[in-house]
Design a binder for this molecule. Structure first.
Ligand code: G6P
Length: 615
């Protein structure tokens, strides 16, 4: 949520920052801006996309070898030119870009106004620029010190990059609760909200820790201190990322590309972790869990935390864990958990699920669980992210960069990683016989190929999407392990096509929602073969009797919906426990085509951001 980019070195900063902003647009895209240092600080900012900013800047002076840039997702103040970052003081001496929320902004604003500062935006961020200037006026010993002292007055979350005319060769950056990475080049430094925009320039990075402030010049990291002024030593890490992974490879949208990457992504998630030696039992090797094995294998409860799609993955994870280990498991919205004064025991194992690893609510919830004595695992995609660093242990999903705001391959790899952990716990607890254990892992190994099979039915799903027409509402139904899949299908549709969609447990329909059904209502029913299959067929009959238009996702060869549904999409036969890996694919494709055919901006849907780093 909001992307920050910075450059300091010998090159012209503008193209480096502009390219970086394009890579970070998934974090927010309602306005963008840039501040360049050459003969004072020059700020250019504009409502709209990074491409609008680029047009706006055409013909203007973009010289300067130091600069900061920002792509915004509005929190305080509507998207507008004035509210776009960077925010500068009236005299233009200090400029700041910020990701996060300053909770005491109003109090600080009144204080600063009483000191004569004039504000030109409605944002919380502008407070930071004025506060830094206030500290500069109080004669801090350096610009770095002014920023550090200003940060001491802030309550809330931030990642910032700041410039001041007082020290033209210095950029100061800081982080607390929002991500910030420093790329270390030869005589140059890059700053960004995640490592991708940096990876095309250098593979050496420093992940700032919460509460750290750093001063950068072209010749080095001058210093890193905590906001309380304790000295810290930078820890340089190597990253393994290729910027090419961010291209669309001939697909129309990143979402489409990412849907089609799922066989490969799930394979990458299993690689090295699941092996099936010839004529021997499958072997699980989950190195990421080593440090917590004792706690994990004796856990008395598993608690899954997440938001959005990751919460849906948690719902499926819960089912995997309970079925395989028979240990009670629950799922919590991370945003709700933290405010419930939750009961946490030291025999609990929490599993925080997050694609970005930066979702503010998920991070705060896992911190609370840790404080209260639980063991916390992280299942996330972005290497080096805050969730990964905060967790006691965990697994990366290895899905590769996910750019489309609507999560797809993150979901299937999250459930793959959760299955691996559940299976390992079940193995250690002797909760499954060796035969069942072997069968399950063999099935898991075959899942990527089966996902490929479903993707081969793309044309048929496109046809169904065409017939969705101008529908404004849809219902998604499932039972048991297919219910979270229905929720995920409904979420995909509403987030990218703006069609109102609800997911329900199929049998709940008759307790109210069935009143909505008429001949115009598409009802997507997720009904792979399984234990209670005949029950969902009966629920479908109830819908049909009210003239609802049924689209059924069923197992290959299942004819039970032929006379009830308008459209039937088949998925390969598999153990019901694994069906979410396959049944979610047609729902992703359906949402994608409905949105694309309506001309919606699939990768950048309105009002959303890929990574939500505010509460
Ligand atoms: C945002 C995204 C969703 C995502 C959710 C959780 O709302 O738009 O696609 O599922 O955040 O994000 P996380 O990175 O924690 O999985």
């Amino acid at each position: 949520m909001c992307g920050i980019v910075g450059y300091i070195g010998k090159k012209n900063a503008y193209p480096v920052i502009l390219t970086g902003l394009r890579h970070l647009e998934y974090r927010g895209y309602d306005s963008a801006g840039i501040a360049l240092f050459s003969d004072g600080i020059k700020v250019h900012k504009k409502k709209g996309r990074v491409s609008d900013l680029e047009k706006f800047i055409e013909g203007k002076d973009v010289s300067g070898t130091i600069g900061i840039g920002h792509t915004r997702w509005a929190t305080h103040g509507e998207p507008s030119d004035a509210n776009a970052h960077p925010h500068a003081t009236e005299n233009g001496d200090v400029a700041v870009v910020h990701n996060g929320i300053i909770e005491n902004a109003l109090t600080l604003r009144s204080f600063l106004q009483s000191r004569g500062h004039v504000f030109s935006s409605e944002t919380d961020t502008e407070v930071i620029a004025h506060l830094i200037e206030e500290m500069e006026n109080e004669k801090s010993k350096s610009f770095f010190d002014s920023v550090r002292r200003a940060l001491n007055r802030l309550v809330g979350a931030y990642a910032i990059a700041a410039l001041s005319v007082r020290e033209p060769g210095t950029m100061v950056v800081a982080k607390k609760g929002s991500p910030l990475v420093i790329g270390v080049g030869e005589g140059e430094f890059f700053v960004a909200s995640d490592a991708y925009p940096i990876s095309e320039h250098t593979k050496k990075v420093v992940y700032l820790e919460d509460g750290e402030v750093a001063a950068l010049t072209a010749s080095g990291i001058v210093e890193i201190r905590t906001i309380e002024n304790e000295k810290r030593t930078p820890r340089v890490k190597k990253i393994d990322l290729e910027i090419e992974a961010l291209e669309k490879d001939g697909f129309d949208h990143f979402m489409q590309k990412e849907i089609f990457e799922q066989p490969c992504a799930v394979r990458d998630c299993l690689r090295g972790r699941l092996s099936v030696p010839p004529k021997k039992a499958p072997v699980l090797n989950l190195g990421g869990l080593r440090d917590v094995e004792e706690k994990l294998f004796s856990a008395e409860r598993f608690v899954f935390l997440g938001c959005g799609t990751s919460w849906h993955a948690g719902l499926i994870g819960r089912r995997f864990f309970e079925t395989l280990t028979r240990v009670p498991s629950i799922v919590q919205y991370a945003s709700e958990f933290r405010y419930e004064d939750p009961l946490v025991r030291d025999t609990d194992v929490f599993v925080a699920v997050s694609q970005s690893g930066e979702t503010a609510d998920t991070l705060a919830a896992m911190k609370l669980a840790k404080e209260r004595g639980a063991t916390v695992l992280g299942v996330c995609n972005v290497v080096g992210s805050s969730v990964a660093r905060e967790a006691h242990a965990g697994l990366y999903t290895h899905a590769g960069p996910e750019i489309g705001v609507a999560s797809t391959k993150a979901f299937t790899t999250q459930i793959a990683a959760l299955f691996l952990i559940a299976a390992r716990c079940a193995e250690k607890r002797n909760a499954l016989g060796p035969r069942r254990f072997g069968e399950l892992l063999e099935t898991l190994r075959g899942i990527p190929e089966k996902i490929g099979d479903v993707l081969g039915r793309e044309e048929r799903i496109r046809d169904i999407a065409e017939r969705f027409g101008e529908t404004k509402n849809a219902v998604y139904l499932g039972r048991g392990i297919s219910f979270p899949v229905a929720l995920e299908g409904a979420l995909k549709l509403k987030e990218i096509s703006y069609v109102h969609a609800e997911g329900y447990p199929a049998a709940e329909m008759k307790h109210g929602p069935i009143a909505l059904v008429d001949e115009n209502m598409p009802v997507v029913i997720v009904a792979p073969r399984g234990e209670h299959h005949e029950k969902i067929v009966s629920n479908a009959e109830e819908i049909r009797a009210r003239k609802g238009k049924i689209i059924a996702v069923v197992s290959e060869g299942d004819a039970s919906f032929d006379s009830i549904a308008e459209d039937v999409i088949e998925i390969p036969e598999c153990d019901e426990l694994f069906s979410p890996f396959l049944s979610v694919i047609p729902l992703q494709l359906l949402a994608y085509y409905v949105a694309a055919l309506r001309g919606c901006d699939v990768d950048r849907p309105r009002n959303l951001a890929k990574s939500v780093t505010v509460e």
